[in-house]
Write a protein that binds this ligand. Structure first.
Ligand SMILES: Nc1ncnc2c1ncn2[C@@H]1O[C@H](COP(=O)(O)OP(=O)(O)OP(=O)(O)O)[C@@H](O)[C@H]1O
Ligand SMILES: [Mg+2]
Length: 436
């Protein structure tokens, strides 16, 4: 009887020692394992590959991989340990908890272990062991961690909501900043514009003032000559007066054009939008520009081509404003081909192509010409108000800056592709959906 009691105490002791040694919590764990485990021990761990059929395999596949992973000061507690003894076979099963700190954070690990021992040479030897992890995720009465998964889903949902809100907030911030940027850009361009106007108008005004003063002197001189009876002299003075008067008129017109351009600028974004047939509009303005130029210069000629995408439906735009943009692009194109024609008259065929394309919910209107192209150093400035390479009286340099404003006000984009001496292509991209 006494011996039987001893055997059961030894059985439980062996179990404790075995678990401690497997977890690397004993001084000389490997020697301890060698003593307690049978050569032919079999068993399973919790993982898919944790299966062994001998002591060697156990050491290689389990102990060397998973043992000693716990910090040395981990605390191991057993509870609910049960055993059964049948003569030379003992079965022990129980639960344990390991408490350990990792990076300063307290962790708890729960394990279940059942071990079959064989009594041999007055000693218990483990012949089969089985580890399982009563998952911390399993709730009372569950075989599958449904509750834990649900909770996890809830947690994920919460996090997604949180992140979404964070995203919304940063989007709102971004939009605010963008708004402020647009505002300050507007202010800056307004400042730029005001300075530009002052400068631009100052020039023709100076001419007008200077020439009218000169003319006054000339008129006084003319009176003198008439008094003296020098008609020839007087006529020469009259010729100078006519020349100067023409210059005054030219510069006056320039100032007029600048003011008109400015007025267009100021109402560039106020136009009402309505469903408009872009193809018809492009076609109409191409003709308008052509006849306008022909009226000014009879020798002017160019091949006009259109390639209009029939799938482009009506889009919501202000037809006058967009018309003005197209007209300016076409006028610029005609100017560029005309320039080139004058430089290389033979074999050069001035060509303007207006095309439309619908893609990705947007409509593109392209105005291309095989004219002089735009040099890189000019390209950066073409959208600036008053930037022009044209001689006085031919351009105010407001066309593209006005076009830019109009296209922006329509939520669109204006881009340019060019090769110096070969071609220029201005691309307008407009949203094809009803624009709010
Ligand atoms: N198709 C083109 N080919 C070559 N250069 C161009 C073309 N379009 C524009 N440019 C260049 O960009 C400049 C600015 O064009 P923008 O339309 O703003 O003004 P402008 O035509 O000079 O004057 P405005 O349009 O006010 O009469 C032009 O002077 C020219 O140098
Ligand atoms: Mg222009």
């Amino acid at each position: 009887m006494e011996k039987e009691k001893n055997k059961s105490v030894l059985l439980l002791e062996s179990f404790y020692q075995l678990v401690s040694a497997i977890l690397g919590q004993t001084m000389n764990s490997e020697a301890e394992l060698r003593r307690i485990m049978s050569d032919n021990v079999t068993g399973f761990g919790t993982g898919k590959h944790e299966i062994f059929n001998s002591y060697e395999e156990f050491i290689e596949k389990i102990y060397k991989v998973f043992g000693k992973q716990l910090p040395a000061d981990a605390k191991l507690y057993f509870f609910d340990v049960q055993y059964t003894m049948l003569d030379t076979v003992g079965i022990v099963y129980g639960t344990y908890e390991i408490n350990y700190k990792l990076d300063g954070v307290e962790n708890h690990y729960h394990g279940r272990r059942s071990t079959v021992f064989e009594w041999n040479n007055d000693c218990w030897h483990a012949i089969h062991l089985h580890v399982s992890e009563p998952s911390a995720h399993l709730a009372e009465g569950e075989s599958f961690p449904i509750k834990a998964l649900k909770a996890q889903n809830e947690e994920l949902k919460k996090q997604v909501n949180l992140k979404t809100e964070e995203l919304y907030n940063s989007l709102r911030n971004l939009q605010d900043t963008q708004q402020q940027l647009i505002q300050s850009e507007k202010m800056a361009s307004l400042g730029e514009l005001t300075a530009g106007i002052a400068h631009e108008i100052q020039n023709p005004l100076n001419f007008v003032n200077n020439f009218s003063e000169v003319n006054k002197e000339l008129l006084l001189e003319m009176k003198d000559e008439i008094d003296k009876g020098n008609i020839t002299e007087a006529k020469l003075l009259a010729d100078s007066l006519i020349d100067n008067q023409e210059k005054i008129n030219q510069h006056g017109k320039r100032a007029d054009a600048i003011v008109k351009g400015m007025l267009q600028h100021s109402r560039a974004t106020s136009g009402k939008k309505e469903p408009t047939d872009i193809n018809a509009l492009a076609d109409e303005y191409l003709r308008l520009a052509y006849h306008g130029l022909r009226a000014k210069d009879k020798s002017f000629n160019a091949t006009m081509k259109t390639d209009l995408d029939a799938s482009v439906q009506k889009i919501d735009i202000n037809p006058q404003d967009i018309g003005r943009v197209i007209l300016n692009l076409i006028n610029n194109a005609f100017y560029a081909v005309n320039e080139k024609k004058q430089q290389e008259p033979d074999g050069y065929e001035p060509t303007i192509l207006v095309s439309t394309i619908k893609c990705n919910g947007k409509v593109q209107i392209n105005v291309s010409d095989n004219g002089s192209g735009i040099p890189q150093k000019v390209l950066d400035k073409v959208f600036q108000p008053f930037f022009t390479t044209k001689p006085t009286g031919q351009g105010t340099g407001l066309g593209l800056s006005l076009s830019y404003d109009i296209i922006k006000a329509h939520g669109g984009e204006i881009k340019v592709e060019t090769k110096e001496g070969e071609f220029s292509k201005f691309i307008l991209v407009l949203p094809a959906f009803a624009y709010l």
